[in-house]
Design a protein around this ligand. Structure first.
Ligand SMILES: [Zn+2]
Length: 90
């Protein structure tokens, strides 16, 4: 059973405020996430194990972006998203 059998997948953009580690300027950045929400109905013809897997699956989102480019025109350096959380249950 694949993830796509369990979840409906969608790309979303969420805004977050980060400060650049190079110039320390704060700005709002658009960060892309993929949200996976469990289908309302389990797929047909599941065996016992797959049904259990479907039951315990929870909605979650995965961060797509790792790097951002500083919005400060005098800086424009790339930096890593400081939040270590790249998978969040929703
Ligand atoms: Zn910067």
């Amino acid at each position: 059973m694949h993830e796509r059998d369990i979840f409906d997948e969608r790309q979303e953009t969420k805004q977050a405020n980060f400060s650049c580690p190079h110039c320390r300027e704060r700005a709002d950045y658009d960060v892309r996430w993929v949200t996976r929400r469990k289908k309302k109905q389990a797929p047909q013809r599941l065996n016992e194990q797959e049904r259990a897997q479907f039951q315990k699956s929870r909605d979650y989102m995965v961060r797509v972006d790792d790097m951002l480019m500083c919005k400060n025109m005098r800086c424009r350096k790339r930096f890593e998203i400081p939040s270590s959380q790249s998978v969040v249950f929703i």
